[in-house]
Design a protein around this ligand. Structure first.
Ligand SMILES: Nc1ncnc2c1ncn2[C@@H]1O[C@H](COP(=O)(O)OP(=O)(O)OP(=O)(O)O)[C@@H](O)[C@H]1O
Length: 324
């Protein structure tokens, strides 16, 4: 089992501190989503782990060793950082064969990974004729070549079509099930929610969160309740009387007949409406999404924020008595 350990890692480019005393570990057997706004330091951290850049201070190790100290590194760590990395005038097969030879990987692995990445039929074509999605698949094939215990993928879904996105998601899940260490950066929250078990979130080079995904959502997103009664007006008045701010829920722009209540729990709303003898037709907790949780956490840590971004709506806190 091979862990990635990042310890007090700092990287400065001139006056820019891209990574700032960062410490976290990426554990085997699960997919760790690596999130953060543009410029948060994700790619820099990956480059430092891969020895492509030198830290200003601190360490990044794979299985306790610096990447540079690994003999035949592709057998230990597979990485997708830049899908343009392959030489355009080479065929995909030639590109992978050269990589395999330099890491003493048997040539038969080339055809295996081409097949795995769905590139067998186009393996004899020059890489410069490849689409972005095909280059992305080739980068992933290269990462898999040495059957490594650790995979680091920077935006792997980039350029992939819907079928490709499902393929990469299932591939990452399988690699984690096999006990490998999988670190994946992405800006697509729905995507990340579909494959990650654990999250490491950066903001301005610093660690904002290192937590299981569901726990991350639960701690960042306030609970919400959706409720419907046969007596709409009475329900709204009752909720307002208890300090809640019910908001009408729209369904494709039309009134859905429901109230959406922020900072509320079904237990509390159920108790209040039962005491008032109000007939309830629907009462459900609404789960937070990774996107909501992520935006709540990173709101303060954005390096590049739209200058005229509208203020985020803040829900008023209901009175404590409603909880009793
Ligand atoms: N080679 C470099 N020279 C100077 N500054 C750099 C260099 N590489 C990164 N930076 C700066 O370091 C910071 C972190 O960049 P990095 O690319 O690691 O962020 P990121 O989280 O990967 O962003 P994105 O999501 O946009 O890819 C940014 O301010 C960036 O401009």
């Amino acid at each position: 089992m091979t862990r990635i350990d990042v310890l007090e890692l700092t990287k400065e480019y001139g006056s820019t501190r891209a990574v700032d005393r960062l410490s976290f570990a990426v554990e085997p057997g699960r997919v760790t989503g690596f999130l953060g706004p543009n410029g948060a330091g994700k790619s820099t951290t990956m480059r430092l782990v891969l020895g492509l850049d030198h830290p200003t201070s601190g360490t990044a190790t794979v299985g306790g060793r610096a990447y540079a100290a690994l003999g035949e590194p592709l057998r230990h760590v597979g990485a997708l950082l830049d899908p343009q990395a392959a030489h355009g005038s080479r065929t995909a097969r030639a590109h992978l064969r050269a990589l395999a030879a330099s890491n003493r990987i048997p040539a038969r692995r080339v055809d295996e990974v081409l097949d795995e990445a769905g590139l067998s039929a186009v393996a004899g074509r020059r890489v410069k004729s490849y689409s972005l999605g095909m280059r992305q698949r080739l980068g992933i094939a290269a990462a898999l070549l040495g059957d490594p215990a650790v995979l680091m993928l920077d935006e792997p879904s980039n350029g992939l079509d819907p079928e490709g996105i499902i393929w990469i998601r299932e591939l990452m899940r399988r690699l984690a099930r096999e006990g490998r260490t999988v670190l994946v950066s992405s800006h697509l929250m729905n995507e990340t929610a579909s494959f990650a078990d654990h999250l490491v979130v950066l903001g301005r080079g610093r660690l904002l969160a290192d937590t299981p995904m569901q726990e991350f959502i639960d701690t960042q997103v306030q609970p919400r309740v959706r409720v419907r009664s046969s007596d709409d007006a009475a329900l709204a008045a009752l909720l307002e009387g208890h300090g809640y701010r019910p908001v009408r829920e729209l369904d494709s722009g039309l009134d859905s007949g429901r109230w959406n209540v922020a900072d509320a729990r079904v237990e509390d709303i159920g108790r209040i409406t039962a005491r008032a003898g109000l007939p309830i037709l629907e009462l459900a907790a609404q789960e937070g999404t990774l996107e909501e949780a992520y935006l709540a956490l990173t709101a303060d840590a954005m390096e590049y924020t739209a200058r005229n971004a509208p203020p985020t709506e803040t829900a008023a806190s209901p009175r404590e008595e409603a909880r009793q």
